[in-house]
Design a protein around this ligand. Structure first.
Ligand SMILES: Nc1ncnc2c1ncn2[C@@H]1O[C@H](COP(=O)(O)OP(=O)(O)OP(=O)(O)O)[C@@H](O)[C@H]1O
Ligand SMILES: [Zn+2]
Length: 752
């Protein structure tokens, strides 16, 4: 027999002969194989057949375990992902399976050391010499001189109405007798011991949690009913609910529905860190059914969860980030994708470069489950799918309870500057609102999407700017540590005392990051207690959670932060949100820049005034008349979508077409350029005008490697699958080309 076996490397599947010892082999099982002379992997049996292939094959090693490690649904997902995202099954396997479940190593010992063995618990039952009540009686009598043994046997028997002769089993630890005593009983055939795989996952006793579901407001009830109605005819529904409308409570009802039917539920969120508030809420209702899954869990824990779910019969509730998509979920009934617009659902690097939201939609459709996408700022793609009838569409337009959408004011920073109404990086309009808010004992949140002190260092005399020697970005000056740092590769250097080019002036610290904002707030409001939330202050998840919890408890008055503050927070005392420099968001050279700017500003603004009517937002910008600023100010999501659709249709961008970006990377700029030109020319022979580039991406050098990209637009109505097949042929040619094969080339399908 032969098998195609998927191995967690970028090539394959590989064909192996299956030896004698592999009785019971079937697709989805783990099997030990060797690639090259020495390296051992656990591979996944993908396909079995009898006809020998027309080439020499090696023989696979032992089967690992006696049941498949993948459900048929998982195998289908892997296959679809590899095709759709133009990568290998091995690429998918690398990410889809917890490392502890797929050991690899050079030697047998190394391999076995990492191999996952589930934790076990020792159990005891009656042994061969105690087959019935009569024998038990005899055994007890026989122990009248060995009191400790007799006591242990009696303790065992007491646990069962029939004394245990009917096959009763107890954990060994329940007997609290010393090993010598138990060993003697085993020697006499009175006890026998065995191991059982430890039950994992239950982190909270099931019956301890159970707070009832919250009663819904009339608007929430209507929306919930509408979602349920839409699910009758649609696999996928988009819930467009403004910030603070209480979408989470809706999810809880839907999850309870599915669980009550014995189905399993996957609740996906962009980042687990932002969700401590939410996790606590879900746990309070569903208790020990909730399994958290994210990359910060240890490898062993991930493997345990995987195995437990694989064996489960349904009724599971998994809360996780994008990688939770790869868990086995027998009896899958519902997937919820919270903040569906969020970019972190897309894995940018490395392969598989998948979008977990899109995979969730596919999976639900495939397995007859339901998928709810939800956001206060849906992605344009999802919105178009929903309003076009491809998905169901439900709106929740009002905030829950006393919350009102905040008042948003726009401040023209240039004008403020000209009138002398600007201090440091703060316009008078924002300063006034800050003073009033702090004066009334409420909290302020300030958003600036740059960390560090000064995002660039420039000679004020000759214009020289400090760049990373390895990447095409400026170095950011960090006051803490007094160094200039590259945010891409980690390179750092001291601040030069004089300009390296003209040697005259001391270089100027330009722009402003969160570190500087914090310092300025301290000088403007000397008594305010300030916290900062960015990658520098929240380097570990524990520190992140501390900052959020401290702010939530009111232990600080001002929270300064980057993107990190835009997500999902619910701070009851937050009265004012300030966006310090909206222009950073507006001027990004990408066709999604306006959509993203709208989403980011609306989300961060949405943190204000969630529990009472007093929320306020001030947006500082040099482009107060920019359409996106206007749209954010008037909560005009539809207006934003309409104007973006006009632009996108003119250029054939999604949703009017699909994009595939061919990325090329090499240290040698000349070789890279030649390879890219060659690939682009080959693409043009097939796709003509639909090919754009090669051109350098926004950041075209990282860690000493140069990047070029070629864009392929596939207009609606053309088969993306066919286009990808043709493209894959070209890339195969490139991989076989004498010179260009040295260039690393990959495709990014549906780039974000
Ligand atoms: N039915 C309800 N009963 C009690 N409290 C509710 C209910 N619905 C919502 N809330 C409360 O209202 C607040 C906002 O709800 P939630 O955080 O779910 O909003 P959201 O729609 O997820 O907003 P965002 O998109 O901004 O994250 C929370 O404090 C939540 O506890
Ligand atoms: Zn760098």
């Amino acid at each position: 027999m032969y098998a195609d076996i998927v191995v967690p490397v970028a090539r394959g599947p590989f064909t192996f002969r299956i030896g004698e010892g592999a009785a019971g082999i079937c697709p989805g099982m783990g099997i030990e194989v060797r690639l090259g002379a020495r390296k051992r992997y656990m591979g996944i049996v993908w396909r079995l057949y009898d006809r020998p292939p027309g080439f020499a094959t090696k023989t696979a090693g032992r089967l690992m375990g006696d049941a498949p490690l993948l459900t048929p649904a998982q195998m289908e997902l892997w296959k679809w992902m590899a095709e759709y995202y133009m990568c290998t099954l091995g690429d998918v396997m690398r990410f889809a399976m917890p490392a502890a479940l797929k050991p690899a190593g050079l030697t047998e010992e190394e391999f076995r050391r990492v191999e996952y063995r589930p934790a076990t618990v020792r159990y005891v039952k009656l042994g061969p010499s105690v087959a019935d009540a009569q024998a038990l009686h005899v055994a007890l009598e026989g122990l009248h001189r060995a009191k400790a043994q007799q006591a242990a046997l009696l303790a065992f028997c007491a646990a069962f109405p029939d004394g245990g002769v009917g096959g009763g089993e107890l954990p060994r630890s329940a007997l609290s007798a010393p090993s010598v005593v138990l060993n003697k009983l085993e020697e006499k055939g009175i006890f026998s011991f065995f191991d059982r795989e430890a039950a994992v996952g239950a982190e909270m006793p099931f019956d301890r949690a159970q707070v009832p579901l919250a009663p819904l407001s009339p608007a929430q009830t209507d929306a919930l009913e509408e979602v349920r109605r839409e699910f009758v005819s649609q696999d996928c529904v988009l819930l467009y609910g403004v910030t603070g409308s209480g979408k989470t409570e809706l999810y809880m009802h839907l999850m309870a529905d599915a669980l009550a039917r014995g189905k399993s539920v996957l609740y996906m969120m962009p980042e687990i860190a932002m969700t401590s508030q939410l996790v606590a809420r879900v746990r309070s209702v569903f208790g020990s059914r909730v399994t958290l899954y994210h990359s910060r869990l240890g490898e062993r824990r991930r493997a345990e969860i995987y195995r437990r779910l694989l064996a489960s019969g349904g009724g599971e509730l998994v809360l996780g980030v994008r990688s939770a998509l790869f868990l086995p979920l027998p009896s899958f009934g519902l997937v919820i994708v919270d903040e569906e617009h969020d970019q972190s659902y897309k894995q940018a690097e490395p392969a598989p470069r998948y979008n977990a939201r899109d995979c969730a939609v596919w999976m639900a459709r495939r397995s007859g489950a339901k998928c709810l996408l939800a956001s206060a700022t849906p992605s344009i793609e999802s919105y178009v799918n929903a309003t076009g009838g491809k998905y169901g569409f439900v709106t929740l337009a009002e905030r829950y309870g006393d919350g009102r959408l905040p008042r948003i004011a726009v401040s023209d920073s240039l004008r403020a500057f000209k009138r002398g109404e600007r201090r440091l990086h703060f316009d008078k309009a924002l300063l006034d609102r800050m003073a009033a808010t702090l004066g009334s004992g409420r909290q302020v949140m300030l958003f600036q999407n740059r960390r560090g002190f000064a995002p660039w260092v420039e000679c004020t005399q000759c214009g020289w700017v400090a760049h990373c020697p390895r990447c095409s970005v400026t170095l950011t000056y960090h006051k803490l540590g007094d160094r200039m740092k590259c945010h891409l590769c980690g390179y750092s250097s001291a601040l030069p005392a004089a300009c390296p080019r003209c040697g005259t002036l001391a270089p100027g610290l330009m722009g402003f990051g969160t570190e500087k904002v914090e310092e300025e707030v301290a000088s403007l409001f000397p008594t305010a207690r300030i916290l900062r939330l960015d990658r520098d202050t929240a380097a570990s998840p524990a520190r992140y959670e501390r900052i959020v919890a401290d702010f939530e408890r009111g232990e600080a008055d001002v929270l300064v932060g980057t993107q990190m503050v835009t997500k999902g927070f619910d701070f009851p005392k937050l009265g004012l949100v300030g966006i310090l420099h909206a222009d950073n968001l507006l001027n990004y050279p990408d066709f999604r820049a306006s959509e993203r700017a709208y989403q980011t500003m609306t989300q961060v603004a949405g943190r204000a005034g969630r529990t009472d009517a007093g929320g306020e937002v001030v947006i500082q910008t040099m482009q107060p008349d920019h359409p996106v600023v206007r749209q954010v100010q008037s909560f005009d999501y539809e207006g934003m979508v309409r104007s973006q659709l006009v632009e996108r249709s003119a250029f054939g961008y999604p949703p009017y077409g699909k994009l595939v970006v061919v990325n090329l990377r090499h240290r040698d700029e000349r070789l890279l350029g030649a390879a890219a030109a060659w690939v682009a020319a080959r693409m043009r022979t097939l796709f003509g005008e639909r090919v754009y580039g090669p051109h350098p991406p926004v950041v075209d050098k990282i860690g000493g490697e140069n990047y070029l990209e070629i864009l392929l637009k596939i207009e609606n109505g053309r088969s993306p699958a066919r286009a990808k097949e043709l493209l894959a042929e070209i890339l195969k040619e490139a991989a076989g080309h004498g010179e260009y094969r040295r260039v690393f080339i990959f495709c990014d399908v549906d780039p974000q």
